[in-house]
Design a binder for this molecule. Structure first.
Ligand code: IPM
Ligand code: MN
Length: 351
Protein backbone atom coordinates (compact mmCIF):
# COMPACT_ATOMS: atom_id res chain seq x y z
CA UNK A 1 0.00 0.00 0.00
CA UNK A 2 1.18 3.56 -0.73
CA UNK A 3 0.64 5.83 2.23
CA UNK A 4 1.06 9.58 2.56
CA UNK A 5 1.35 10.45 6.22
CA UNK A 6 1.40 13.99 7.57
CA UNK A 7 3.94 14.10 10.37
CA UNK A 8 3.20 16.69 13.04
CA UNK A 9 5.85 16.36 15.73
CA UNK A 10 4.77 19.45 17.69
CA UNK A 11 6.37 20.49 20.96
CA UNK A 12 8.42 19.21 23.89
CA UNK A 13 9.12 15.51 23.59
CA UNK A 14 6.91 15.35 20.46
CA UNK A 15 9.80 15.27 17.96
CA UNK A 16 11.68 12.61 19.96
CA UNK A 17 8.78 10.20 20.27
CA UNK A 18 7.64 10.83 16.68
CA UNK A 19 11.12 9.85 15.43
CA UNK A 20 10.70 6.44 17.05
CA UNK A 21 7.24 5.92 15.56
CA UNK A 22 8.71 6.75 12.14
CA UNK A 23 11.52 4.23 12.63
CA UNK A 24 9.08 1.52 13.63
CA UNK A 25 6.62 2.37 10.83
CA UNK A 26 9.43 2.31 8.28
CA UNK A 27 10.42 -1.12 9.57
CA UNK A 28 6.81 -2.23 9.08
CA UNK A 29 6.78 -0.78 5.56
CA UNK A 30 9.93 -2.69 4.72
CA UNK A 31 8.68 -5.97 6.12
CA UNK A 32 5.18 -5.80 4.63
CA UNK A 33 6.05 -4.04 1.38
CA UNK A 34 4.38 -0.69 1.86
CA UNK A 35 5.61 2.67 0.76
CA UNK A 36 5.27 5.46 3.29
CA UNK A 37 5.89 9.08 2.34
CA UNK A 38 6.23 11.27 5.41
CA UNK A 39 5.14 14.90 5.07
CA UNK A 40 6.46 16.89 8.02
CA UNK A 41 4.48 19.98 9.00
CA UNK A 42 4.55 22.55 11.77
CA UNK A 43 2.14 22.74 14.67
CA UNK A 44 1.92 24.00 18.27
CA UNK A 45 4.43 26.35 19.88
CA UNK A 46 6.92 25.37 17.19
CA UNK A 47 4.53 26.76 14.57
CA UNK A 48 3.79 29.88 16.63
CA UNK A 49 7.52 30.58 16.78
CA UNK A 50 7.97 30.02 13.06
CA UNK A 51 4.86 31.62 11.57
CA UNK A 52 2.82 33.07 14.48
CA UNK A 53 0.03 30.47 14.19
CA UNK A 54 -0.31 27.08 15.95
CA UNK A 55 -2.07 25.38 13.00
CA UNK A 56 -0.97 27.18 9.85
CA UNK A 57 -2.88 26.80 6.57
CA UNK A 58 0.09 25.01 4.98
CA UNK A 59 -0.11 22.40 7.73
CA UNK A 60 -3.85 22.01 7.20
CA UNK A 61 -3.32 21.55 3.45
CA UNK A 62 -0.72 18.85 4.11
CA UNK A 63 -3.11 17.08 6.49
CA UNK A 64 -6.02 17.25 4.06
CA UNK A 65 -3.85 15.83 1.27
CA UNK A 66 -2.62 12.97 3.47
CA UNK A 67 -4.09 9.54 4.17
CA UNK A 68 -3.57 10.03 7.91
CA UNK A 69 -1.85 12.30 10.39
CA UNK A 70 0.68 11.10 12.95
CA UNK A 71 0.92 13.59 15.77
CA UNK A 72 3.40 14.00 18.63
CA UNK A 73 2.43 16.45 21.36
CA UNK A 74 1.48 20.05 21.81
CA UNK A 75 2.03 22.64 24.54
CA UNK A 76 4.73 24.78 26.04
CA UNK A 77 5.06 25.99 29.66
CA UNK A 78 5.65 29.57 28.61
CA UNK A 79 1.96 29.74 27.69
CA UNK A 80 0.56 27.82 30.65
CA UNK A 81 1.02 30.51 33.27
CA UNK A 82 0.11 33.32 30.98
CA UNK A 83 -3.70 33.47 30.95
CA UNK A 84 -3.68 36.54 28.73
CA UNK A 85 -1.74 34.90 25.88
CA UNK A 86 -3.81 35.46 22.75
CA UNK A 87 -2.29 32.66 20.71
CA UNK A 88 -1.80 29.30 22.43
CA UNK A 89 -0.35 26.03 21.12
CA UNK A 90 -3.46 24.09 22.20
CA UNK A 91 -5.60 26.20 19.89
CA UNK A 92 -3.72 24.52 17.07
CA UNK A 93 -4.89 21.09 18.17
CA UNK A 94 -8.48 22.23 18.61
CA UNK A 95 -8.50 23.97 15.25
CA UNK A 96 -7.04 20.92 13.60
CA UNK A 97 -9.65 18.61 15.15
CA UNK A 98 -12.43 20.93 14.03
CA UNK A 99 -11.14 21.65 10.54
CA UNK A 100 -10.38 18.00 9.84
CA UNK A 101 -13.77 16.96 11.27
CA UNK A 102 -12.20 14.54 13.76
CA UNK A 103 -15.27 14.10 15.92
CA UNK A 104 -14.49 10.75 17.54
CA UNK A 105 -11.51 10.30 19.80
CA UNK A 106 -10.82 6.61 20.38
CA UNK A 107 -8.86 6.04 23.58
CA UNK A 108 -8.32 2.42 24.58
CA UNK A 109 -7.14 1.44 28.03
CA UNK A 110 -5.65 -1.98 28.46
CA UNK A 111 -3.15 -3.67 30.70
CA UNK A 112 0.12 -5.35 29.82
CA UNK A 113 0.75 -8.66 31.60
CA UNK A 114 4.31 -7.69 32.55
CA UNK A 115 3.20 -4.37 34.04
CA UNK A 116 0.33 -5.44 36.26
CA UNK A 117 2.34 -4.61 39.37
CA UNK A 118 3.45 -1.21 38.04
CA UNK A 119 -0.05 0.18 38.22
CA UNK A 120 -0.93 2.24 41.28
CA UNK A 121 -4.06 0.08 41.43
CA UNK A 122 -4.05 -3.43 42.81
CA UNK A 123 -3.50 -6.26 40.35
CA UNK A 124 -6.82 -7.96 41.12
CA UNK A 125 -8.72 -4.79 40.32
CA UNK A 126 -7.13 -4.14 36.95
CA UNK A 127 -6.43 -7.61 35.61
CA UNK A 128 -8.34 -8.11 32.37
CA UNK A 129 -9.07 -4.43 31.82
CA UNK A 130 -9.71 -3.77 28.17
CA UNK A 131 -11.95 -0.80 27.64
CA UNK A 132 -12.32 1.92 25.02
CA UNK A 133 -13.44 5.46 25.49
CA UNK A 134 -15.07 7.20 22.57
CA UNK A 135 -14.72 10.83 23.45
CA UNK A 136 -16.67 13.37 21.38
CA UNK A 137 -14.00 15.73 20.13
CA UNK A 138 -15.40 18.67 18.20
CA UNK A 139 -18.27 19.91 20.35
CA UNK A 140 -19.24 20.74 23.91
CA UNK A 141 -17.68 23.31 26.17
CA UNK A 142 -14.42 23.25 24.21
CA UNK A 143 -16.09 24.87 21.23
CA UNK A 144 -19.07 26.80 22.62
CA UNK A 145 -19.03 30.56 22.81
CA UNK A 146 -16.66 31.78 25.49
CA UNK A 147 -15.64 35.10 26.87
CA UNK A 148 -15.55 37.62 29.63
CA UNK A 149 -18.31 39.97 30.62
CA UNK A 150 -18.77 42.70 33.23
CA UNK A 151 -15.44 44.38 32.53
CA UNK A 152 -13.63 41.15 32.98
CA UNK A 153 -15.22 40.10 36.30
CA UNK A 154 -17.26 37.24 34.89
CA UNK A 155 -16.13 34.58 32.47
CA UNK A 156 -18.19 31.98 30.65
CA UNK A 157 -17.82 28.89 28.49
CA UNK A 158 -20.90 27.49 26.80
CA UNK A 159 -21.52 23.78 26.44
CA UNK A 160 -23.50 23.09 23.29
CA UNK A 161 -24.45 19.81 21.57
CA UNK A 162 -26.74 19.07 18.68
CA UNK A 163 -28.61 15.79 18.27
CA UNK A 164 -26.66 15.05 15.09
CA UNK A 165 -23.35 15.43 16.91
CA UNK A 166 -24.50 12.97 19.56
CA UNK A 167 -25.90 10.53 16.99
CA UNK A 168 -22.69 10.24 15.01
CA UNK A 169 -20.48 9.51 18.02
CA UNK A 170 -23.11 7.18 19.52
CA UNK A 171 -23.28 5.30 16.20
CA UNK A 172 -19.53 4.71 16.42
CA UNK A 173 -20.01 3.55 20.01
CA UNK A 174 -22.73 1.05 19.10
CA UNK A 175 -20.73 -0.23 16.14
CA UNK A 176 -17.61 -0.66 18.22
CA UNK A 177 -19.58 -2.41 20.96
CA UNK A 178 -20.92 -4.85 18.34
CA UNK A 179 -17.34 -5.89 17.52
CA UNK A 180 -16.49 -6.36 21.20
CA UNK A 181 -18.52 -7.56 24.18
CA UNK A 182 -21.70 -5.71 23.13
CA UNK A 183 -21.71 -3.50 26.20
CA UNK A 184 -21.98 0.26 25.88
CA UNK A 185 -21.90 2.80 28.68
CA UNK A 186 -23.15 6.31 28.06
CA UNK A 187 -21.41 8.66 30.50
CA UNK A 188 -23.22 11.89 31.27
CA UNK A 189 -24.49 14.20 33.98
CA UNK A 190 -28.13 14.00 32.99
CA UNK A 191 -29.27 14.75 36.54
CA UNK A 192 -27.94 18.29 36.10
CA UNK A 193 -27.04 19.22 32.53
CA UNK A 194 -29.41 19.81 29.64
CA UNK A 195 -26.77 18.74 27.10
CA UNK A 196 -26.48 15.45 28.99
CA UNK A 197 -30.24 14.96 28.78
CA UNK A 198 -30.00 15.40 25.02
CA UNK A 199 -27.20 12.82 24.95
CA UNK A 200 -29.23 10.32 26.97
CA UNK A 201 -32.42 10.84 24.99
CA UNK A 202 -30.55 10.47 21.69
CA UNK A 203 -28.72 7.31 22.72
CA UNK A 204 -31.92 5.81 24.16
CA UNK A 205 -33.66 6.36 20.83
CA UNK A 206 -30.85 4.52 19.02
CA UNK A 207 -31.00 1.42 21.23
CA UNK A 208 -33.68 -0.20 19.07
CA UNK A 209 -31.29 -0.22 16.08
CA UNK A 210 -28.78 -2.28 18.04
CA UNK A 211 -30.92 -4.76 20.00
CA UNK A 212 -27.92 -6.91 20.88
CA UNK A 213 -26.07 -4.12 22.64
CA UNK A 214 -26.65 -3.77 26.34
CA UNK A 215 -26.59 -0.05 27.13
CA UNK A 216 -26.03 1.45 30.55
CA UNK A 217 -26.28 5.10 31.51
CA UNK A 218 -24.03 6.32 34.27
CA UNK A 219 -23.24 9.70 35.76
CA UNK A 220 -19.73 10.94 35.15
CA UNK A 221 -18.91 11.28 38.86
CA UNK A 222 -19.87 7.66 39.48
CA UNK A 223 -17.85 6.52 36.48
CA UNK A 224 -14.81 8.41 37.80
CA UNK A 225 -15.11 6.28 40.90
CA UNK A 226 -15.88 2.90 39.34
CA UNK A 227 -13.12 3.39 36.80
CA UNK A 228 -10.50 2.97 39.50
CA UNK A 229 -12.50 0.44 41.51
CA UNK A 230 -13.51 -2.00 38.79
CA UNK A 231 -12.11 -0.83 35.45
CA UNK A 232 -12.51 -4.34 34.08
CA UNK A 233 -16.28 -4.02 34.37
CA UNK A 234 -16.34 -1.58 31.43
CA UNK A 235 -16.08 -2.19 27.71
CA UNK A 236 -17.07 0.69 25.40
CA UNK A 237 -17.82 4.09 26.91
CA UNK A 238 -19.10 7.11 25.03
CA UNK A 239 -19.00 10.59 26.43
CA UNK A 240 -18.81 14.27 25.66
CA UNK A 241 -15.63 16.24 25.13
CA UNK A 242 -14.67 17.51 28.59
CA UNK A 243 -15.80 14.43 30.53
CA UNK A 244 -13.82 12.33 28.07
CA UNK A 245 -10.73 14.48 28.47
CA UNK A 246 -10.74 14.02 32.22
CA UNK A 247 -11.76 10.36 32.39
CA UNK A 248 -9.20 9.23 29.82
CA UNK A 249 -6.36 10.78 31.82
CA UNK A 250 -7.70 8.98 34.85
CA UNK A 251 -7.96 5.71 32.93
CA UNK A 252 -4.43 6.04 31.60
CA UNK A 253 -2.88 5.32 34.99
CA UNK A 254 -4.47 1.86 35.04
CA UNK A 255 -1.91 0.49 32.59
CA UNK A 256 1.02 1.63 34.72
CA UNK A 257 2.24 4.51 32.58
CA UNK A 258 0.62 7.27 30.59
CA UNK A 259 3.55 6.80 28.25
CA UNK A 260 1.88 3.67 26.89
CA UNK A 261 -1.54 4.85 25.85
CA UNK A 262 -2.26 5.55 22.18
CA UNK A 263 -5.26 7.20 20.59
CA UNK A 264 -6.98 7.78 17.30
CA UNK A 265 -9.16 10.71 16.30
CA UNK A 266 -11.39 9.82 13.43
CA UNK A 267 -13.90 11.68 11.33
CA UNK A 268 -15.52 11.33 8.00
CA UNK A 269 -12.49 11.83 5.77
CA UNK A 270 -9.31 11.97 7.75
CA UNK A 271 -7.84 10.35 10.85
CA UNK A 272 -5.18 11.40 13.30
CA UNK A 273 -3.12 9.22 15.60
CA UNK A 274 -1.42 10.51 18.71
CA UNK A 275 -0.23 9.45 22.16
CA UNK A 276 -2.57 10.61 24.88
CA UNK A 277 0.26 12.15 26.92
CA UNK A 278 1.28 15.77 26.60
CA UNK A 279 4.51 17.49 25.59
CA UNK A 280 6.30 16.67 28.91
CA UNK A 281 8.46 19.83 28.69
CA UNK A 282 10.76 18.83 31.57
CA UNK A 283 11.99 15.90 29.52
CA UNK A 284 12.51 17.74 26.25
CA UNK A 285 15.76 16.79 24.56
CA UNK A 286 16.79 14.41 27.33
CA UNK A 287 16.06 11.20 25.42
CA UNK A 288 14.11 9.80 28.38
CA UNK A 289 10.47 9.96 27.25
CA UNK A 290 8.63 6.72 26.60
CA UNK A 291 7.99 6.42 22.84
CA UNK A 292 5.63 3.45 23.16
CA UNK A 293 2.39 5.43 23.20
CA UNK A 294 3.33 7.05 19.88
CA UNK A 295 4.55 3.76 18.46
CA UNK A 296 1.25 2.13 19.48
CA UNK A 297 -0.59 5.06 17.91
CA UNK A 298 1.16 4.14 14.67
CA UNK A 299 -0.17 0.59 15.20
CA UNK A 300 -3.69 2.02 15.39
CA UNK A 301 -2.96 3.93 12.19
CA UNK A 302 -2.05 0.75 10.32
CA UNK A 303 -5.15 -0.98 11.66
CA UNK A 304 -7.28 1.91 10.50
CA UNK A 305 -6.04 1.19 6.97
CA UNK A 306 -7.20 -2.39 7.47
CA UNK A 307 -3.61 -3.57 8.01
CA UNK A 308 -4.24 -5.76 11.04
CA UNK A 309 -1.10 -7.86 10.77
CA UNK A 310 1.06 -4.73 10.69
CA UNK A 311 -0.65 -3.37 13.78
CA UNK A 312 -0.14 -6.67 15.57
CA UNK A 313 3.52 -6.79 14.62
CA UNK A 314 4.00 -3.45 16.39
CA UNK A 315 2.04 -4.56 19.45
CA UNK A 316 4.07 -7.76 19.65
CA UNK A 317 7.33 -5.82 19.51
CA UNK A 318 6.15 -3.52 22.30
CA UNK A 319 5.06 -6.48 24.43
CA UNK A 320 8.40 -8.13 23.83
CA UNK A 321 10.27 -4.97 24.90
CA UNK A 322 8.15 -4.72 28.04
CA UNK A 323 8.74 -8.38 28.89
CA UNK A 324 12.47 -7.99 28.29
CA UNK A 325 12.61 -4.83 30.40
CA UNK A 326 13.79 -2.81 27.43
CA UNK A 327 12.00 0.29 28.66
CA UNK A 328 12.42 3.97 29.46
CA UNK A 329 12.75 5.30 32.99
CA UNK A 330 9.01 5.59 33.67
CA UNK A 331 8.81 1.79 33.61
CA UNK A 332 12.33 0.81 34.62
CA UNK A 333 13.34 -0.74 37.90
CA UNK A 334 16.10 1.37 39.37
CA UNK A 335 18.92 2.03 36.95
CA UNK A 336 17.95 -0.23 34.08
CA UNK A 337 16.43 2.49 31.93
CA UNK A 338 17.01 2.85 28.21
CA UNK A 339 16.79 6.02 26.16
CA UNK A 340 13.89 7.03 23.92
CA UNK A 341 15.88 6.40 20.75
CA UNK A 342 17.36 3.10 22.03
CA UNK A 343 13.85 1.81 22.70
CA UNK A 344 12.82 2.99 19.22
CA UNK A 345 15.78 1.22 17.62
CA UNK A 346 15.04 -1.95 19.55
CA UNK A 347 11.40 -1.94 18.51
CA UNK A 348 12.28 -1.32 14.85
CA UNK A 349 14.78 -4.17 14.95
CA UNK A 350 12.20 -6.49 16.47
CA UNK A 351 9.53 -5.92 13.87
C1 IPM B 1 -5.97 15.96 25.07
C2 IPM B 1 -5.36 17.24 25.56
C3 IPM B 1 -6.01 18.39 24.83
C4 IPM B 1 -7.49 18.39 25.17
C5 IPM B 1 -5.38 19.76 25.10
C6 IPM B 1 -3.90 19.77 24.83
C7 IPM B 1 -6.08 20.85 24.34
O1 IPM B 1 -5.46 17.36 26.93
O2 IPM B 1 -5.83 15.66 23.87
O3 IPM B 1 -6.57 15.25 25.86
O4 IPM B 1 -7.89 18.93 26.22
O5 IPM B 1 -8.26 17.85 24.40
MN1 MN C 1 -6.39 15.65 27.89
Amino acid sequence: MKLNIALLAGDGIGPEVIDQAVKVSDAIAKKFNHEITWKPALTGAAAIDAVGEPYPDETHDICVASDAVLFGAIGHPRFDNNPSAKVRPEQGLLKMRKKLGLFANVRPTFTFPSLLDKSPLKRERIEGTDLVFLRELTGGIYFGEKGRRDEGETAFDNCVYTRVEVQRIAKKGFELAMTRSKKLCCVDKANVLETSRLWRETVQAMEKDYPEVEVSYEFVDAVAMRLVQWPNSYDVLITENLFGDILTDEASVISGSMGLMPSASVGTDNALFEPIHGSYPQATGLNIANPMATVLSAAMMFENFGLKEEGNAIRNAVNKALDAGFVTEDLANGDNAYGTSEVGDWLAKNI
